[in-house]
Design a binder for this molecule. Structure first.
Ligand code: SF4
Length: 169
């Protein structure tokens, strides 16, 4: 049997799984901030949307999977919203830890908010949600990228600065 090196178009269950994990993180974050106020919760969702748009416009437009089913589920969406970029730019780009801080803040903000809630008004629901959020953000995302998405990604073979940065760890 031949070993799959990369997918030209990912099996649909992989982007469904990775999108589901992202949506779960956003939903838990929304719920945590809802305990403070609806306005803070809405600002959090707007922040998540901004982070998603940033990825679509800065990376996905120039990715091999623009217009295709990619492991993280953004290739087709990106082609519906934005014009195709220059694939050479994807490889040339330098990515540092500082540049990806906004992506980490998507789960760090609700983790911090949840810790404040636990200190001020302890609840087991929030505690369980925070543990779940932590596992989803660190273990879930790492497994999806390492075992399903980046592992079979054609763009990784061509060159992916983000994957290089993570694989240094
Ligand atoms: S290798 Fe790069 S382009 Fe491919 S899924 Fe991972 S982060 Fe995205």
């Amino acid at each position: 049997m031949t070993q799959v090196k990369h997918y030209d178009s990912f099996p649909v269950w992989i982007p469904i799984l990775s999108t589901f994990v992202s949506l779960l993180i956003y939903t838990i974050g929304f719920y945590v901030f809802l305990q403070f106020s609806i306005i803070i919760a809405v600002f959090y969702i707007l922040y998540c949307l901004w982070v998603e748009m940033r990825v679509l416009t800065k990376s996905c437009v120039s990715c091999y999977y623009y217009g295709k089913v990619c492991g993280l589920g953004r290739g087709v969406l990106c082609s519906l919203l934005f014009k195709k970029g220059d694939p050479a730019k994807f490889v040339e780009k330098e990515v540092s830890w500082i540049q990806i801080v906004p992506d980490f803040l998507v789960f760090i903000f609700p983790l911090l908010g949840g810790i404040v809630l636990l200190i001020t008004d302890f609840s087991y629901t929030i505690l369980l949600l925070l543990i779940f959020l932590f596992v989803l953000s660190f273990v879930g995302s790492a497994v999806i990228r390492g075992s399903f998405a980046c592992k079979y990604c054609k763009q990784r073979e061509i060159g992916c600065p983000a994957e290089k940065l993570f694989s240094k760890q």
